[in-house]
Design a protein around this ligand. Structure first.
Ligand SMILES: C[S@@+](CC[C@H](N)C(=O)[O-])C[C@H]1O[C@@H](n2cnc3c(N)ncnc32)[C@H](O)[C@@H]1O
Length: 259
């Protein structure tokens, strides 16, 4: 594997699967009183989050679902292979609305991937399929982003170890809320990976998402908002159920839906 593979740079710059699984594991236990074991990661890409789930407990099982064979194969060769119990992580090439992976304690839709569903009907259809694939005691976890800079054309750069991560909101159409985003990488030794990842999706709002989850039959939907670090004024990494959020330039939160 080359030092600067785009999947590796994506893992290092975008994902923090440890924090994500810490949140999901603790929140499930706080709500249900026992430990979850079966987890499905929708839009899994390389299945990094599912792999982290496996590493947490010998009884944990995970399924990583994505349409794209190329990205799943990369996961098999680079994520699954590193697990002590690789057979406990299954990669499934399928549409998330029809993966056939049911009886789950947890279904994850992270990194905003479900924003790819552009209209209400398709989104509600997906949410209905998730509800059907959960145990009665299961929980559906999603993340969402927004804020007044989310609906804006902008480019942001962040230095990472050996490369620069560049997030570009290339276009935003206020009439339908659809936007074109790209991730570019530039390595410290001068190689550019222009449009390494491209997302054409809809910037959904939290009220819309809560309404659609209810419409799909989820009985209870909570927004988990991030607390603020008093010294820095930045997010403190702790998410708790909230009815009132802050009107920040950019925020990320979790949505927790119970069947
Ligand atoms: C934003 S990426 C997120 C990848 C992953 N969550 C991660 O962080 O590595 C979106 C992924 O969703 C997949 N995808 C898009 N539509 C899908 C669908 N209907 N069913 C399954 N996977 C889908 C794409 O192939 C892509 O890998």
């Amino acid at each position: 594997m080359s030092k600067h593979n785009i999947h590796k740079m994506y893992q290092e710059s975008v994902q923090c699967v440890e924090a994500e699984i810490d949140f999901v594991q603790a929140t499930y236990k706080a709500i249900r009183g026992n430990d979850a074991r079966f987890l499905r990661e929708d839009f899994s890409g390389t299945g990094q989050t599912a792999g982290e789930w496996i590493s947490r407990h010998v009884e944990n099982r995970a399924w990583a679902v994505d349409l794209d064979d190329e990205v799943l194969n990369w996961g098999v060769n680079n994520v699954q292979i590193k697990l002590d119990a690789p057979e406990k992580l299954s990669y499934i090439t399928a549409d998330v609305r029809d993966s056939g992976i049911n009886n789950m304690d947890i279904v994850l839709a992270m990194n905003f991937s479900y924003f790819l569903f552009m209209d209400r009907l398709t989104m509600v259809d997906y949410f209905i399929s998730v509800k059907k694939s959960l145990e009665e005691t299961g929980i559906f976890f999603l993340d969402a982003f927004g804020g007044y800079e989310a609906a804006k054309e902008l480019t942001e750069e962040r230095e990472c170890d050996g490369f620069t991560y560049i997030w570009e909101q290339a276009s935003f159409n206020p009439i339908n809320s659809q936007m074109q985003c790209y991730i570019h990488f530039k390595t410290d030794d001068g190689v550019s990976y222009n449009k390494a990842f491209s997302y054409y999706w809809r910037l959904w709002t939290l009220p819309e998402l809560q309404e659609m989850l209810k419409e799909a039959g989820f009985s209870h939907v909570d927004i988990f908002w991030e607390g603020t670090d008093e010294k820095s004024g930045e997010g403190d990494g702790n998410f708790s159920p909230s009815k009132i959020g802050t009107a920040d330039a950019g925020w990320v939160c979790y949505i927790v839906a119970l069947p």
